[in-house]
Ligand binder design. Structure first.
Ligand code: NG6
Ligand code: CA
Length: 520
């Protein structure tokens, strides 16, 4: 190479670097990122997904001006595994202990694990999680409720957190801010346990007639705010919240975070507790739908999304912010409280056209609302591409130019093009779905085909509908989602080769320990 050509090459390369660098620094490719994850929201629960029994104007606006997915998934049909895989980009079935976390669960994601938050933080983002956590806190001994709650979100890439530490139906009803329970009075320490702390400790069993919302199964231990919960606790009275105020608190803390970081790119994981039980929306939403508190909680969720959108608009960040809306698992009507959800359902179909819901690997368990919105960058429309919450880690990392270390995010696919609705960009060609923890119940979708696998021990997890409760469960079921989206007709006898192909693909995926492409 002659000297002048070399000089030209160096000059061009530096110019290119400079251009791409400055684009990254000021351009639209480092947008703020807000992921709103709803809790137990089904495919059919929003008016933009066909619900008629209520209106969700804010989420509808997000869909109308963004991209609404008809094949959007979460990776599991309960909360903890979906959240685990959303953050780590790795299927939860690969790691023991990722089923529904109990009140005193230690941190499930080990310190320094690479997560969507740590990747974005390394790329220069300010990162926060606000709302439901349900991934455990503290070392192997579990959370030290009166001391430092560590490790937790801050040890896996979040700069700050303001949490509902477990679920709203699990004790204790306190917030966690960074490493501590705020407003805790040392004279009234918080105790959390599995056993009744004293014979006279009031519970949902002994004081059932005092409850403002009765339980239907489980949920009959310690009473707080007139609602009995899963697990026991005492103390921490000054730190306790009212269920009715949770949504307002998430919004307040999120607005604070967005305002503080409006000049720099930020990543906000807005993790709503709505519409998980006990459904106890703020008084201003109560009675506003004909669906009971379950519907009213959907209105509250919609209001939260509206508040986030308004804040972004007010700060003139709409064209600099990618908002992703999703859910952590499909719907359930009676999840342990008598809140009228079952009785008032009418013709509302919480899972839309799909069968099953929370706890199942039928489509209703994991096919959930998914919307992306980025004014000026995403052309509004509807996408049929298959995308999953597990893909956000690789996709958003790709967006901000952060590469993923080889041993991280083992199942996260970079589907950025599909998430932004780019011409010709494809979603996944296959996806594994699971129910709760390590039951072994899995399903694999490849194109329009879907194979369910029920290892014998977990057969009871098929119990999603009364008619199936006592049915003998075959180990494998095969459905064609194009012809039979409701998964009514098991066609495994007609298409044995297809079943075999999916079966070996599923076995391979489990055995290989990873699916993320581009790795050796
Ligand atoms: C179940 C609870 C259910 C809910 C679920 C977790 C009973 C009988 N059922 O064990 O009410 O809390 O766990 O839901 O206690 S999730 O959306 O956080 O995964
Ligand atoms: Ca959930």
């Amino acid at each position: 190479m002659t000297i002048s050509r070399a000089v030209l090459l160096v000059a061009t390369t530096s110019l290119l670097c400079l251009t791409s660098h400055s684009l990254f620094a000021i351009g639209p490719e480092r947008p703020n990122l807000i992921v709103v994850m709803a809790d137990d929201l089904g495919y059919g629960d929003l008016s933009c997904y066909g619900a008629h029994a209520l209106k969700t104007p804010n989420i509808d606006r997000l869909a109308e001006n963004g991209l609404r997915f008809t094949n959007g998934y979460c990776s599991a049909s309960t909360c903890t595994p979906t959240r685990y895989s959303f953050l780590t980009g790795t299927y939860a079935f690969r790691k023991k202990g990722t089923g529904i976390a109990p009140p005193n669960s230690p941190a499930i994601i080990p310190e320094r694990t690479e997560t969507i938050a740590s990747l974005l933080k390394r790329a220069g983002y300010r990162t926060a999680v606000i709302g439901k956590w349900h991934l455990g806190l503290g070392g192997p001994a579990g959370p030290d409720w009166n001391g430092e709650l560590k490790p937790g979100p801050l040890e896996i890439g979040f700069d700050t957190c303001f949490l509902l530490p477990t679920t709203n139906d699990r004790v204790p009803q306190v917030y966690v801010h960074d490493h501590r329970v705020p407003n805790l009075d040392p004279a009234d320490p918080l105790w959390v346990g599995n056993e009744k702390p004293s014979p006279d400790h009031p519970t949902g069993l002994t004081h059932r007639d005092t409850l403002k919302m009765d339980w239907s199964h489980g949920h009959n231990s310690t009473i707080h705010n007139g609602i009995s919960r899963i697990g026991f606790y005492t103390g921490g009275h000054a730190a306790r919240f009212r269920d009715e105020d949770l949504a307002d608190k998430w919004v307040e803390k999120s607005v604070e975070f967005i305002e503080q970081h409006q000049q720099e790119p930020f990543f906000l994981f807005f993790s709503s507790h709505d519409i998980h039980v006990p459904r106890m929306p703020h008084e201003r939403f109560q009675g506003k739908t004909k669906l009971g508190f379950r519907g009213d909680a959907i209105l509250e969720l919609d209001w939260c999304v509206g508040q986030l959108m308004e804040t972004v608009d007010r700060l003139k960040l709409t064209e600099k912010t990618l908002i992703v809306f999703c859910s952590d698992n499909g719907p359930v009507l009676d999840d342990g409280y008598k809140d009228g959800a079952l009785e008032k359902i009418g013709d509302h179909r919480a899972a839309g056209p799909f069968r099953g819901g929370k706890y199942s690997v039928y489509e209703g368990g994991t096919r959930t609302p998914m919307i992306t919105h980025w004014k000026g960058r995403i052309t509004p429309g509807v996408s049929d591409e298959v995308v999953c919450t597990i893909d956000l880690a690789a996709s958003l990392s790709a967006l901000v130019g952060e590469s993923i270390p080889p041993k991280a995010c083992l199942d996260s696919y970079n589907l950025l093009g599909a998430l932004l609705g780019e011409d010709g960009a494809r979603g996944r060609d296959h996806l594994v779905q699971q129910d709760n923890g390590n039951t072994g119940t899995l399903a694999i979708r490849v194109g329009d085909w879907k194979l369910h696998h029920y290892p014998r021990k977990s057969a009871r997890h098929l119990i999603v509908e009364k008619e199936l409760a006592n049915a003998k469960v075959p180990e494998f079921l095969l459905y064609n989602l194009a012809e039979d989206p409701g998964e009514k007709k098991n066609v495994i006898q007609e298409f044995p080769e297809i079943a075999e192909r999916l079966k070996s693909q599923l076995i391979g995926i489990v055995k290989d320990g990873r699916t993320r492409p581009g790795l050796n």
